[in-house]
Design a protein around this ligand. Sequence first.
Ligand SMILES: [Zn+2]
Length: 430
Amino acid sequence: MRTRIKIYSHIYTITSMKLGKYSFGIGDRFAMQGEAQLRAMLLAKEYGIEICPVWNKSNREHKFIGSTPAITRKAADQAVATLGWKGSYFVDADHINLTNVDAFLPYSNFFTIDVADFIGQPPSDESLTSFVERNKKFLGNLQIPGIADELMVTHELLENVGQKFLGAIHNAGKIYRHILAQKGADAFAAEISMDEVRDAQTPIELFFILSMIASEGIPASTIAPKFTGRFNKGVDYVGDLQLFEKEFEQDLMVIDYAVKIFGLPNTLKLSVHSGSDKFSIYPVMGRLIKKHNAGIHVKTAGTTWLEETIGLSMAEGEGLALVKRIYAGALNHFDELTAPYATVIDIDKQALPTAETVNHWTGQQLANALRHIPDHREYNPNMRQLVHVAFKLAAKEGQKYLDLLAANKDIVGSQVTENIFDRHIKRLFS
Ligand SMILES: [Zn+2]
């Protein structure tokens, strides 16, 4: 068995671009807030924390907005040049697969390889047999340093995990090698994501998934499992905090051990998707990564678009009028806007004010309703979630929307920076 471990170490002379211990995925739907987002990383630096910015945008988002990966790259480069950012930074082809990765290849240096759709796809008999063969040394009571629970590995468990995940990780290998052939190993970082599924992966499943990733020879920088609980868009975590804490800590221990035993890159870290606004788990994650000296990647995406609506509301005048129009439109197109996000939003329709009511509000009132300050008396999570998924209505406004953002750059930008730094970074690293 020793030799096999050595073989793995040999594979991992294959390198990847270094991501850094802490990184933040920042989404910028309309490619106007790069500077404001990067300013949050500069503030973090003053605070003593180095965070690598990763501008992420999925193919789906590009389609909705009508943008291209080239635009995301240009906006990132511009923000970096303007603010004189000296650290590394990445442009993430978010949630890609083999059918859509090519358009990102020239512009991205981070690839979130999404294999959620392939979970459960049956593997070939040979690949299942060889997976079981490779991992039967773990049969019995698997002891992972730092995990007090007894993790029983049975032949049946190995077969089940293999049936469930081998097809998915084999697919990840194909995508990884496709990117590798075009870009070269040192030119990008790879993430494996399986967060967009209903069931959380257990720590023991994660352990064997990492074994598969090692066998595929993917020098993963990050892995994004589905955690227990609900990660709704733009609002706080919904779930059992103690359960989350236990799972998160076990996942950290699993990664630590898997890195050693399978020879995965020692920079491998957890990635938390829909990480924006999950305020109640931030102190938990922060404490645990500190306790175990672990890194983390937190992916936040749509939250910056919400800050744009908040800034435009505060700008009053045309900005406020436009946000009110978007809200009215969102009410009118409720079903079509919310349907694609059914699993990641929970909106109480009764708690949504009418367009008529909102039309009488001041900009400050509308901003207060949308801004995620949980104990603010005017905060309305239902409105926030609805506006979150209504970005297509802003895209429809086209140049008018972009012009208003440009005209109100300072007030909008300060919302964006404050949101990332004060409400996210500080909560995680305080
Ligand atoms: Zn995701």
